[in-house]
Design a protein around this ligand. Structure first.
Ligand SMILES: *Cc1c(COP(=O)(O)O)cnc(C)c1O
Length: 367
């Protein structure tokens, strides 16, 4: 016997979403972002399904190593570059590309002797003020990279947008202007766009786009869902009803005893909770699907279980299917109910869950 809670990953949807990126940005190459275990979907299976991407972006050496160990030979970019000089030999032997965002990394590279030079992306801070060189330091950093023996010619240029998920923002226009002004004088390929910019800002597509969330079928915007952009959700969190009980008007349900039955009613218990990564703050009223019908959560999720209102689902029986998020129940809505973003929920999906793959596992295109 296994616990009924499971994650279903639709690999065809993943491939479909990559093809949407290609339609939206036909002239750009695609760096598919696979950090945080491919936003919780599993980095190796995501890399397999996204075999036709031009490169993969990850957050750290461990993730890059995982890809190489799985046989991925295409370019892999460390989005935060080396964290220390100790990483450089492995970066070189694995043939990884590195983002250089800070002078300390230039120092590391200049004092290293690498067996083969690494391809580098110079990151410019055009206004987000997270990572990157100040615009007036960019030209000198670029020259240091160009002259460094540990770095392959010629460095590429990238920046990141702070407000791409709010289309039309003046800040985004200003970031594009600053990037253009800096890059105008330098050769090399450019990259700006994350999912939100791919979907809403063609002027940002440049030579490389860097889709993350949209590949997983999810909208990066504050309202709406991925379906509005022709995206298909890749992940579903499913489970089953493990109990149905008739409770009386006034009966409290669950920890805290805060929620009370407004009338005599059936209450179901689903085998899924925050121990699986279901957000505890998606509480009373958060919609879920029970036997293909809309139902809603009662109270807060506990570690392994949550309660649902079965007043609209009289046919429900123990063992019936529940979808916490997926095709019929967009994760964007769950995130809004929980006061967070779908990124956080996807990254928090617990590895104790069973992962089931749908769709062809093997892409014909080489990795
Ligand atoms: C995570 C990340 C992305 C992808 O962002 P999405 O909003 O998920 O598309 C792109 N670029 C960089 C540098 C990132 O760190």
């Amino acid at each position: 016997m296994t616990r009924p809670a499971r994650v279903v990953i639709d690999l065809d949807a993943l491939r479909h979403n990559l093809s949407r990126v290609r339609e939206l940005a036909p002239r750009a190459r695609v760096m598919a972002i696979l950090k945080a275990d491919a936003y919780g979907h599993g980095i190796e299976r995501a890399a397999r399904a996204l075999g036709s991407a031009n490169a993969f972006g990850v957050a750290c050496l461990e993730e890059a190593q995982q890809l190489r160990d799985a046989g991925v030979r295409k370019p892999v970019v460390l989005l935060e570059g080396p964290y220390s000089g100790a990483e450089l030999p492995l970066i070189s032997s694995l043939g990884l590309e590195i983002v250089i965002h800070h002078a300390f990394q230039l120092d590391l590279l200049e004092s290293a002797r690498l067996s083969r030079p690494a391809k580098a992306w110079l990151k410019v801070d055009t206004g987000m003020h997270r990572l990157g060189f100040d615009p007036d330091r960019t030209a000198s950093a670029w020259r240091r990279l160009l002259e460094c023996e540990s770095v392959a010619r010629s460095p590429r240029l990238m920046t990141h947008l702070a407000l791409a998920n709010q289309p039309g923002s003046a800040m985004t226009g200003e970031q594009l202007r600053v990037f253009d002004q800096i890059c105008g004088k330098l050769p090399g390929e450019r990259s700006i766009a994350n999912s939100a910019a791919i979907l809403s800002l063609p002027a940002s597509h440049a030579d490389w786009v860097r889709p993350g969330l949209m590949l997983y079928g999810v909208s990066p915007f504050d309202s709406g869902t991925g379906a509005e952009y022709g995206l298909q959700p890749v992940m579903a969190l499913q489970s089953e009803l493990i109990s149905i009980r008739r409770l009386r008007r006034g009966d409290p349900v669950g920890y805290g005893a805060n929620w009370r039955c407004p009338e005599d009613m059936d209450v179901g218990v689903v085998a899924a909770g925050y121990g699986d990564g279901f957000p505890r703050h998606a509480s009373t009223g958060t919609p879920v699907m029970v036997c293909g019908r809309q139902s809603a959560i009662i109270g807060f999720a506990s570690m392994d279980m949550l309660a649902v209102d079965l007043r609209g689902v009289p046919q429900a029986r123990v063992g019936d299917a529940v979808e916490l998020w997926g095709e019929a129940r967009p994760i964007e809505d769950i995130a809004r109910s929980a006061g967070t973003v779908p990124y956080e929920i996807l990254c928090g999906v617990h590895k104790r869950l069973r992962f089931v793959e749908h769709g062809e596992a093997q892409d014909t295109v080489s990795m």
